[in-house]
Design a protein around this ligand. Sequence first.
Ligand code: HEC
Ligand code: HEC
Length: 147
Amino acid sequence: MKTWITGAALALATLLAHADDHGTRTPPLPAYQSECGSCHVAFPARSLPAASWQRLMGTLGKHYGTDASLDAPTAKAIGDWLQANAGRGEAPPDDRLTRSRWFVREHDEAGPGVFQRASIKSASNCAACHTRAAEGSFREREIRIPK
Ligand code: HEC
Ligand code: HEC
């Protein structure tokens, strides 16, 4: 049972409302969906602040141990769109949205070790549990945690 009493909790609720609204309010950019949704889901633009997206788009050749580089016009189009639709708040460590405060708090209840399950592998594997993550939707009723 959650109690939204403190300012911090309210700020979190606002941030999550933005993250959750992403799919319905921000028209998806086809290039972002196809280029940044091939190895993992295209993470909601609002799930990271502008500074994080800028760093990520500037270092695609060295992207978390892999090469995700794009031709310059595509990178610019995606980068501009991410800047326009970014979230607010602090840049998380390594620009990993899975290390954002909102993410850690919201996923606390999933329990320790759940992200390491063979069926899930990583917290960044949103689609393992959020059945409509590929469409940018993260509603509670769409969550199914695999065994
Ligand atoms: C060639 C595969 C590949 C492509 C293409 C790719 N990524 Fe990634 N991305 C990865 C891998 C691998 C990770 C690390 C996943 C992990 O540690 O769980 C990652 C992680 C991330 C993370 C951090 C997630 C977290 O919180 O742990 C972000 C943000 C991200 N990618 C954004 C993008 C963007 C934006 C694009 C498009 C420009 C993109 N990625 C394209 C492979 C890719
Ligand atoms: C192990 C399964 C699992 C994975 C993987 C996972 N989530 Fe979640 N997610 C959950 C659970 C469980 C909740 C909590 C729902 C609740 O509060 O009842 C949640 C909550 C959320 C919420 C808040 C939804 C709401 O309406 O309150 C968002 C947004 C969210 N996750 C985004 C993500 C993103 C983005 C990723 C990938 C980077 C991700 N999640 C990865 C299980 C997962």
